[in-house]
Design a binder for this molecule. Structure first.
Ligand code: CAA
Length: 261
């Protein structure tokens, strides 16, 4: 399986072991149409299988990371349409990705756009970013994980505030609350995010995957079960050549050269 030469709704660029996926529907502020999600999922699937790629960065434009689900596509849908075809289900592929993912968020990250960003492992925001779950203004409410991931990230009080009022939250507030991993200033925003992604991509990929898996399991299990799972994964890391290389490099005072095996 290979990347397409041309996607309709995204652009891709490979920089060393990093893939940059840019959502590209400027006329609709990157609203998440089914075509855009199909393109994104295709690129994600290929990136997951490609052993030369370690880290996946998803970004939008300086105006909008994504302004949410495509309202024009959604308006005519009925209850039974949603029973027959859960159009949000395919969005979840991003949250199931094993490799590290980074949302590089600039401009508006609203509704499904905010939810897509929250599916990523690191959420790096430009200082101008505006997050919001404004679905309540459309007579509905968030349904791509917003009512679940947002309270886990920012706590119930702030999640209720955002979802029930539909207000937007700036990057600074979002970082203070734990929604955002880092804020990067406007100048050379994406270049700076790529540098962070490159730094991560130089680590041992199997260890990155296990570390991500362990952290994600903390959302699904009790503390004691989570710690047992963490310990099992840690033991597995000792079957890697990368464990020997990483520890030898430390002792020999040199930079580790991981083979991802
Ligand atoms: N779906 C479809 N089209 C959208 C869109 C969306 N979510 N958001 C913006 N657009 C379109 C606009 O209709 C407009 O197209 P036309 O030029 O053809 O009219 C174009 O993008 C530019 O948008 P605006 O003219 O509105 O730009 P603005 O700068 O004045 O405002 C904005 C920007 C505040 C982001 C505003 O566009 C907005 O509020 N968008 C909708 C945000 C929203 O409600 N998102 C939630 C969607 S529902 C959802 O996501 C459900 C879920 O959880 C699963």
């Amino acid at each position: 399986m290979v990347f397409k030469d041309n996607y309709t709704n995204i652009k891709i660029k490979i920089i060393e072991r990093v893939i940059l996926i840019t959502l590209n529907r400027p006329s609709a502020l990157n609203a998440l149409s089914s075509g855009l999600i199909d393109d994104l999922n295709h690129a994600l699937k290929v990136a997951e299988k490609n052993s030369n790629i370690s880290v996946i960065v998803i970004t939008g434009s300086s105006k909008a990371f994504a302004a949410g689900a495509d309202i024009k596509e959604m308006i005519a849908k009925s209850f039974s349409d949603l029973i027959d075809n859960d159009f949000i289900k395919p969005w979840e592929k991003l949250s199931l990705c094993k490799k590290p993912t980074i949302a590089a968020v600039d401009g508006y990250a609203l509704g499904g756009g905010c939810e897509l960003a929250m599916m990523c492992d690191l959420l790096i925001a430009n200082e101008n970013t505006k997050f919001g779950q404004p679905e309540i203004n459309l007579g509905v409410f968030p349904a791509a994980g917003g009512t679940q991931r947002l309270p886990r990230a920012v706590g119930k009080a702030k999640a209720m505030d955002m979802v029930l009022s539909g207000r937007m939250m700036g990057a600074e507030e979002a970082e203070k609350l734990g929604l955002v991993s880092r804020i990067i200033s406007s100048d050379n925003f994406i270049e700076n995010v790529i540098e962070i992604a490159k730094e991560i991509s130089e680590k041992s990929l199997p260890s990155l995957i296990m570390a991500k898996d362990a952290i994600n399991s903390s959302y699904e299990t009790s503390l004691s079960q989570g710690i047992i799972y963490e310990r099992r994964l840690f033991r597995s890391a000792f079957s890697l050549e990368d464990q020997k290389e990483g520890m030898s490099a430390f002792i020999e005072k040199r930079k580790a050269k991981f083979k991802n095996s």
